[in-house]
Design a protein around this ligand. Structure first.
Ligand SMILES: [Zn+2]
Length: 590
C-alpha cells in the first residue's frame, strides 16, 4: 500500500489519524475487491475501500462531506487501519510465533531480561529508531524532554492559527456558493421552492459539521499540549496559547454555532484553572491583570465570572451585580408596560444569586435577596423544591396553598400545584387533604383517566362516596364523563336510560358491549328504531353500507336475526329504486 495519502488534504489526513487512533473504526471486513468498515463520527458512517493489487483505486463514505465529492477523514481512518494490517502481514507470521510466548507472564519476563541486557547506548539508539517510526511517540518525547523555547511555542501558535484559517475558509466558501445559487434561483427557478429549501438545509448541516470539526480540533489541541506544557512549567506560554484558542473560537460565535464555541470555552476555562493551580504568584498576577483588561470582549460574562470565582475580585463582582440590577430594573419596567411579554426577571435573579454565591456572600443574605421576589412563581418553585428536599412537607403544603392564591389566574400553575399537593398528601397518608385535592382534580382536570375517581372512592366511606358520586354526576364540569362514571360504578340501568335519552347510535356503539350483557333487548330495539328512522333520510352509498352493518349487528343480538331479515325485506320493497342500497344489502347477506 503506497501513496494513498495523496488523495487527502493534510488536515483531513490528520483528523483521520485521530479517528483511527481513538478507535473510531468500529468494524473492518474484507470484501471481494477491498474492504468495508463502520466508523463512528457525528453519526455512524459506512466506508468502502476498493483496491487492486494492494493499491487503493476508489473509496466511498456515507457522510455528507464525502457525498459532496471529497475524500473524508472516515475513509482516511479506515486506510490507516488497513495499512497497519498490511504491514503486520508482511512480517513472517512464523518468525513471530517463535519469539512471542503464549503465556503473558513468560513473555513479560523475557522482555524485561532482554532490555536489562541492553547497554544505555543501545537503549538510546533503539529508542530513537523506534520513535522515528512512530509520530505519536516522537511528539511525546519532544514535548516532555526536548528543547522547548520560543521556536516551539511559535510553531504551536501557527498551528492554532492554521486551524482557524481552515475553518474560516470552509465557511466562507459555503457562503459564496449559497449566494451564487440564490442569484440563479431568482432568475430561473422561482417556482421551485423545494429545491431552495433542500439546498439551505444541506448548507446548514455542513456548516455545523465544520464547526464541530473545528471545535473538536481545538479541544484535542488543548488536551494534547497544555498539560505537557504545564508539566514542564511553561505556565505563561500555556496561558497565552489557550487565549489564542479562545480568540480563534470566536469565529464560531457569529456563525450560530454557540454550542461548539461553548465547548471550546469550557475547555479553556478548565485549562485556566489548571494553570492557576500550578503557577507562582507572579504569573498569577500577570494572568489576573491580563484577564481584567480583557473582560469587556466577547466572553465578558465568562471572564468576569472567572475573575470573581478564582481571584475573588470584589470590584468586578460589584460591577456585575450592578449590571444585573440595572437589567432587572429595565425588565421589570418593560413587564409593567407589557404584562403579556416574556418575563426575564427570574433568569436575572438566578444569575445574580449565582454570582453572590461565587463571590462568597453568606447563604442567609442570598436567601433574603431572593425573598424580595417571591411574587414570581419560579422563586416559590425553588423554595418548594428546597423544602421538599429537606422533607419538610408541611412547609411545602403551606407554600403551595399560598401559591394557589397568588397565581390563581394561571391555569397551568394551578394544575401543577394540585398535582404536587396530591403527591405530598399521598406521602403523608393525609386522607382528608388527599380527598380535597382529588376532588379538585376530578372536577377541574379530569380528562380520560378515571384513576383519580377510583382513588377517591377508596378513601371515602360508603355513605360519603354515594354523596360525592351524586355530586359529580350533577357537576357541570363532569358532564362529558357522566357515562364513564356510571359505567365505573356499575349503574347500568342509569347508563342505559341516559343513552336512550341521548338517542345517538354512536354513543350506543361505545357502550354496546357493556349494555348488551345486561339489557340485550333494549339495545336491539334501540338499533331497530334507529335504522328505521335513518333509512328514510339516507341517500348515499356509505350511509347504506352503515345501515347494512347495523342490520348485521341487530341479527347478532338475541331474537334479532328474524327482525333484521324482516326489515331488509321491507326495505327491498320500499326502496327498490335505490340500487346502491340494494347492492349493499346483498353484500351484507340480506
Ligand atoms: Zn466520511
Amino acid at each position: 500500500m503506497q501513496n494513498w495519502k495523496r488523495f487527502f488534504q493534510k488536515h483531513i489526513l490528520e483528523r483521520g489519524y485521530d479517528y483511527f487512533e481513538t478507535g473510531s473504526v468500529l468494524s473492518l471486513e474484507k470484501t471481494e475487491n477491498g474492504y468495508r468498515a463502520e466508523v463512528e463520527g457525528t453519526e455512524f458512517y459506512e466506508v468502502e475501500i476498493e483496491m487492486e493489487r494492494g493499491e487503493v483505486t476508489d473509496m466511498f463514505c456515507s457522510c455528507p462531506y464525502a457525498e459532496d465529492g471529497n475524500y473524508c477523514k472516515h475513509e482516511a481512518a479506515v486506510l490507516f487501519l488497513i495499512e497497519g494490517d498490511f504491514d503486520n502481514s508482511r512480517t513472517d507470521p512464523k518468525a513471530c510465533s517463535v519469539l512471542i510466548f503464549e503465556d503473558r507472564e513468560k513473555e513479560q519476563k523475557a522482555l524485561t531480561e532482554a532490555v536489562q541486557k541492553m547497554t544505555p547506548d543501545m537503549l538510546r539508539e533503539f529508542f530513537i529508531e523506534t520513535a522515528q517510526q512512530d509520530e505519536t511517540l516522537k511528539e511525546k518525547i519532544l514535548l516532555q524532554y526536548g528543547t522547548f523555547g520560543t521556536e516551539q511555542i511559535e510553531r504551536l501558535r501557527t498551528r492554532i492559527k492554521d486551524m482557524g484559517k481552515v475553518y474560516r475558509t470552509a465557511v466562507n466558501q459555503m457562503q459564496f456558493w449559497d449566494c451564487e445559487y440564490d442569484c440563479d434561483y431568482d432568475d430561473e427557478y422561482d417556482y421551485d421552492y423545494d429545491y431552495d429549501c433542500d439546498y439551505n438545509d444541506g448548507y446548514g448541516s455542513r456548516h455545523d459539521l465544520e464547526a464541530a470539526e473545528f471545535s473538536y480540533e481545538l479541544c484535542v489541541f488543548l488536551d494534547r499540549y497544555i498539560p505537557a506544557l504545564l508539566k514542564r512549567g511553561f505556565f505563561e506560554e500555556a496561558f497565552e496559547l489557550t487565549n489564542l484558542i479562545l480568540q480563534e473560537s470566536r469565529a464560531m460565535i457569529f456563525e450560530e454555532c454557540y454550542g461548539e464555541a461553548g465547548s471550546v470555552k469550557s475547555a479553556v476555562l478548565k485549562n485556566w484553572r489548571d494553570i492557576l493551580s500550578g503557577c507562582d504568584e507572579n504569573e498569577r498576577q500577570k494572568i489576573y491583570r491580563y484577564l481584567k483588561s480583557q473582560r469587556h470582549g466577547d466572553y465578558e460574562d465568562e471572564i468576569s465570572n472567572f475573575l470573581i470565582e478564582e481571584f475573588h475580585d470584589k470590584e468586578v463582582l460589584a460591577e456585575c451585580l450592578r449590571k444585573i440590577d440595572r437589567l432587572l430594573r429595565k425588565t421589570q419596567k418593560e413587564q409593567k408596560q407589557n404584562p403579556q411579554g416574556y418575563d426575564h426577571s427570574f433568569c436575572l435573579i438566578s444569575s445574580r444569586m449565582d454570582l453572590m454565591r461565587k463571590g462568597g456572600f453568606p447563604e442567609k443574605e442570598i436567601r433574603a435577596y431572593r425573598s424580595k421576589y417571591r411574587h414570581l412563581p419560579e422563586i416559590r418553585r425553588e423554595e418548594i423544591q428546597e423544602v421538599l428536599e429537606c422533607k419538610d412537607y408541611r412547609k411545602a403544603i403551606a407554600i403551595l396553598q399560598e401559591s394557589r392564591q397568588l397565581d390563581r389566574e394561571n391555569d397551568a400553575l394551578i394544575k401543577r400545584y394540585n398535582q404536587q399537593l396530591i403527591e405530598i398528601y399521598r406521602k403523608l397518608n393525609d386522607e382528608e387533604g388527599l380527598k380535597t385535592e382529588l376532588l379538585f382534580k376530578i372536577s377541574n382536570y379530569m380528562q380520560h383517566d378515571l384513576e383519580a375517581v377510583r382513588e377517591l372512592k377508596k378513601l371515602c366511606s360508603a355513605a360519603e362516596w354515594e354523596q360525592e358520586f351524586e355530586k359529580m354526576l350533577k357537576s357541570r364540569q363532569l358532564v362529558f364523563f357522566r357515562l364513564e362514571l356510571l359505567e365505573l360504578e356499575g349503574q347500568y340501568d342509569r347508563l342505559l336510560a341516559e343513552i336512550l335519552n341521548r338517542n345517538s347510535a354512536a354513543v350506543m356503539d361505545k357502550w354496546e358491549k357493556t349494555l348488551r350483557e345486561h339489557f340485550p333487548d333494549e339495545v336491539r330495539d334501540f338499533y331497530i328504531a334507529y335504522v328505521c328512522r335513518a333509512s328514510k333520510k339516507t341517500s348515499d352509498r356509505s350511509e347504506y353500507r352503515k345501515l347494512a352493518e347495523y342490520l348485521r349487528k341487530i341479527s347478532r343480538l338475541p331474537g334479532g336475526e328474524d327482525l333484521a331479515k324482516q326489515i331488509a325485506a321491507e326495505w327491498k320493497v320500499l326502496y327498490k329504486r335505490r340500487p346502491a342500497m340494494m347492492d349493499e344489502l346483498r353484500k351484507a347477506g340480506f
